[in-house]
Design a protein around this ligand. Structure first.
Ligand SMILES: C[S@@+](CC[C@H](N)C(=O)[O-])C[C@H]1O[C@@H](n2cnc3c(N)ncnc32)[C@H](O)[C@@H]1O
Length: 371
């Protein structure tokens, strides 16, 4: 399978950002161990009898360090090929990421941790339950819309914006469709490139996705749950044509009437203005094309200062979807879904997501729709 990544990569600013992401990955071990060190320092200031009572916790901290070491070993393996992601566009002067001036992103460590959790969701057998909840209804609907006996599936192009680590797009491709994932988060892009293009053996790698989750653990071992990935061999893919594009969905997809299907999972709430996402999806769909969506409305920009965020309710959003020109053919609320959840945590988030299927009104050409 060849993974095509296009868009985004033009100039110095992007080049610098790319290298700062690589540097952030590289600093994962040091930054993570620093957090443990600060806990050990806190313990060292406590009275002796507290230290005695905390002996088990002190041992747990040592075990956490070993898990961080395991996670850290994966990073150079991922980074080794990362510079080829954009066809060496960033590397024409031979500069390696360790030689650049770009510093570590302050928010970067959290992003690396999120990618580990996303690896659990998308590419481990432990994530199968979440994928069943979130991806399966979308996959089933696509198969229903484009049955094998009526369509040459490789001629049906499906776009998955906000593709994360690419599992949904991969599953769609495995069913014979021509599928493109789109993602703008460079941390996700670096790791999805690794999984989709370079992982060759099932369960080859082990990670501890929740090792940085210090709260709500009944037992220390729940923080140290490990998963192996990938649970399937993503390469080579015996499906339809498959690609990933890098860049902001709103910037990359400007061509009208191009896609037979757009599939969004936990995505539409990632915009400061959800209406712009819906309008873009409408524009890029072919007349008669379908938009299949599943997810909550956890508007990501809602709490961010200096962001012009709007947060219409689902009821209002439905009216907007129809005003834009969609026919809502199916709509289900209360779809139980989890997202990168540690099954043993005392804190369990579960979304009552919405699932819906919308059709772009068929434009009648000579008495017939476009397909
Ligand atoms: C909540 S995650 C969902 C990922 C995946 N669909 C899943 O269900 O696991 C949303 C993803 O959309 C990406 N995203 C958000 N806004 C985007 C945009 N404007 N263009 C491309 N990707 C975007 C984020 O980087 C993130 O990976």
């Amino acid at each position: 399978m060849s993974e095509k990544v296009q868009g985004v990569v033009e100039h110095n600013e992007e080049r610098e950002y790319f290298f700062s992401v690589l540097n952030t990955f590289s600093s994962y071990r040091e930054q993570s161990l620093l957090r443990i060190k600060s806990k050990e320092r806190a313990i060292s200031t406590l009275p002796g009898h507290h230290k005695d009572w905390l002996m088990e916790y002190i041992k747990d901290l040592s075990s956490f360090k070993e898990c961080i070491e395991t996670n850290s070993k994966l990073i150079p393996i991922i980074l080794k090929e990362a510079q080829t992601i954009f066809g060496n566009i960033y590397c024409t002067d031979g500069t390696s990421h360790s030689e650049t001036e770009v510093g570590t992103l302050s928010e970067g460590l959290d992003k690396v941790q999120s990618v580990f959790k996303q690896l659990m969701r998308d590419w481990s057998s432990m994530g199968a339950h979440e994928r069943q909840q979130c991806y399966q209804p979308i996959i089933d609907e696509i198969e229903l819309q484009f049955p094998n006996n009526q369509f040459d599936r490789k001629m049906i192009n499906v776009l998955v914006p906000g593709a994360g680590l690419g599992r949904l797009a991969f599953e769609i491709t495995m069913r014979g469709f021509s599928c493109e994932g789109n993602e703008f988060n460079m941390f996700m892009l670096v790791v999805s490139y690794f999984v989709l293009n370079l992982c060759k053996k099932v369960d080859e790698f082990e990670i501890f996705p929740w090792i940085h989750q210090y709260c709500n653990n009944l037992k220390a071992k729940h923080q140290m749950i490990s998963v192996k990935f990938p649970d399937v061999r993503p390469m080579p893919t015996p499906g339809g044509p498959f690609s990933m594009t890098a860049g902001d969905f709103l910037d990359v997809y400007k061509n009208h009437d191009e896609w037979h299907c757009v599939a969004t999972c936990f995505f539409i709430d990632c915009a400061p203005n959800v209406v712009q996402f819906v309008e873009t999806i409408y524009n890029i769909l072919k007349p008669g094309g379908v938009w299949i969506n599943l997810g909550p409305l956890l508007y990501h920009y809602s709490e961010l200062k200096n962001e012009k965020s709007i947060e219409p309710s689902f009821e209002v959003l439905c009216d907007i979807i129809k005003s834009i020109g969609f026919e809502m053919e199916k709509c289900k609320t209360g779809v139980k879904t989890k997202y990168c959840q540690n099954p043993e945590s005392m804190l369990q988030y579960e979304y009552d997501s919405v699932f819906f299927v919308c059709r772009k009104n068929i434009r009648i050409v000579n008495g017939e729709g476009d397909y």
